[in-house]
Design a protein around this ligand. Structure first.
Ligand code: HEM
Length: 485
């Protein structure tokens, strides 16, 4: 934590109050991870006579080193390190160089922070920087602008509207898999990156030939732009201004992407999401920014999840056979359409299990005021973080958490029981707006590809997710085996 984020109470009092002094101690492993003062909702807490008890100390995670803090542990242990923090209680502090992060390990605490403290624990820092590059769309905005835009855009993403997009998704999956040859070795990660990007492009710009130019530009520019946005957002202002080839390339790529979208907005009513956006109450600049947001927020995680789902289907024979049996039964050799999605129950279980294991890893916010939540004190200016990777691996909720087991989702009432813990699409005001679209996309793509092809992983070293804010796949080579023409 930087000097500006040190709790003011320390300097005011001259000595650390009890809870602050204790908070410097390293956490001891905790058996059930539950150490809240008040497990009831804040609003139901009964007033007690006398001054309120001081908030509980937020312990410092063990293993930090002088100066660098927990950075080496994080790099070495990757996200397993974040998952291991659960044993130290519902909330712990990490030191990353001079900065301090509050890591939420308890799903109820995550929910309270995202839902009940959404006005206090906001997007800041990273998002403010990102907004300079990607504009005012939902992916980076906050506050009144975000709330207004969310209201305007929400109808286009309702579950009832998504059926209209199933054919677009299916045609893309048919086209891509029609290129494969029996016995051909494919780079699954690259195939899915291309398929996901083309599908998202067509979902947004439509299938008319008039949209080809925008889709082509997005296919070329977006992967470069996304990669560079993350890097540049982390650079200091002066470094972003230098006339380096990298900065020039980034500026040019961003401009080409925005120009292509601006032209598509000016052309008006396409058949995709953009067509819907242009009929909504938004300026052309906001429509452009929302399209940029959808491209940024909807590309990498969709493509990565598509890769992981085929990877898991390929390497789990029992899962593959049951999936094929369901597809043969429900589709009977025909193309998948919107009415089939609800009947593909096992396919959906496979998708949920994939999202459990490979959902985005980190969500970060910043406390803009002191926050007391469930008896824990988070000082103003602190970064607050939670990890899907960690929540989705709690052995108390998901026995044998590393095992890929779609059948856990078949238990009656299971989805309801894990609702507060399983949150691949986040929670609160920033909950993913693309959730239903993505679910239609992945179920349709899996059904279309697996009806025709079996993708066998090439024997060798198993791929591990690469370290990043998203579980991006490394190389995933497969051999395509024809099931049906
Ligand atoms: C594997 C697929 C996906 C996953 C796991 C996912 C996950 C998430 C998560 C966790 C958030 C919340 C981030 C936060 O709290 O700061 C989010 C937000 C968002 N997602 Fe997704 N997403 C997926 C696909 C999509 C798609 C396909 C689209 C659009 C086409 C999309 C658009 C968005 C947008 C615009 C936001 C920001 C919402 C807001 O702040 O109001 N996502 N997503």
């Amino acid at each position: 934590m930087g000097q500006d984020t040190v709790p003011s109470i320390i300097s005011d009092a001259g000595a650390k109050p009890d809870h602050e002094a204790k908070s410097e101690q390293e956490a001891k492993p905790h058996r059930d991870g539950k150490r809240h003062r008040d497990a009831k909702p804040d609003r139901e807490a009964k007033p007690e006579p006398g001054p309120p008890p001081p908030p509980l100390a937020v312990p410092l995670a063990p293993g930090g080193l002088p100066l660098v803090g927990h950075t080496p542990a994080l790099l070495r242990g990757r996200w397993d390190f974040v998952a291991s923090l659960r044993t130290h209680g519902p909330i712990v502090r990490l030191r990353i160089g001079p900065k301090e992060l509050y890591v939420l390990n308890d799903p109820e605490l995550v929910r309270r922070v995202l839902v009940e403290h959404a006005d206090t624990v906001e997007r800041d820092g990273f998002f403010k920087q990102a907004r300079l590059h990607i504009g005012d769309g939902l992916a980076a905005s906050d506050g009144p602008l975000h709330r207004g835009q969310r209201r305007v855009l929400q109808p286009a993403f309702q579950r009832s509207r998504i059926g209209a997009y199933v054919e677009v998704i299916r045609r893309r999956a048919e086209d891509a898999s029609a290129q494969w040859l029996p016995g051909q070795r494919l780079a699954l990660d690259r195939e899915m990156a291309e398929l996901g990007l083309t599908t998202l492009g067509r979902l947004i710009f439509g299938e008319d030939p008039a949209a080809d130019a925008a889709v082509d530009e997005v296919r070329q520019s977006l992967p470069v732009f996304i990669q560079e946005v993350f890097t540049r957002t982390l650079l200091p202002e002066w470094a972003r201004q230098l006339p380096t080839p990298g900065n020039r390339r980034f500026a040019e790529t961003g401009q080409r992407l925005r120009d292509a979208i601006t032209n598509a907005v000016a052309a008006g009513d396409g058949s995709g999401l953009l067509g819907e956006f242009t009929r909504m109450d938004m300026t052309p600049e906001l429509v452009r920014d929302e399209v940029v947001s959808m491209l940024i927020a909807g590309n990498d995680n969709t493509n990565a999840t598509l890769s992981w789902v085929f990877h898991e289907i390929g390497r789990n024979e029992n899962v593959r056979e049951r999936l094929h049996a369901e597809l043969d039964d429900v589709l009977a050799g025909g193309p998948v359409d919107a009415a089939d999605l609800g009947a593909l129950v096992y396919t959906r279980n496979v998708v949920d299990e994939t999202l459990r294991l490979y959902a985005p890893w980190l969500v970060v916010r910043r406390a803009n005021r002191d926050v007391d939540v469930m008896g824990h004190h988070i000082p103003a200016g602190s970064d607050v973080l939670y990890s899907h990777h960690a929540l989705h691996r709690d052995p108390a909720v998901f026995p044998e958490p590393e095992r890929f087991d779609p059948d856990r989702w078949a238990e009656p009432g299971y989805r309801g029981r894990v609702r507060g813990v399983y949150m691949p699409f986040g929670a609160g005001v920033h909950r993913c707006i693309g959730e239903h679209l993505f679910l239609a996309q992945i179920v349709t793509t899996v059904a279309t590809v697996c009806s025709r092809w079996q993708l066998d992983p090439v024997a060798g070293k198993p791929s591990r997710p690469r370290t990043s804010a998203l579980p991006r796949p490394g190389h995933l080579p497969v051999t395509a085996r024809r099931r049906r023409v």
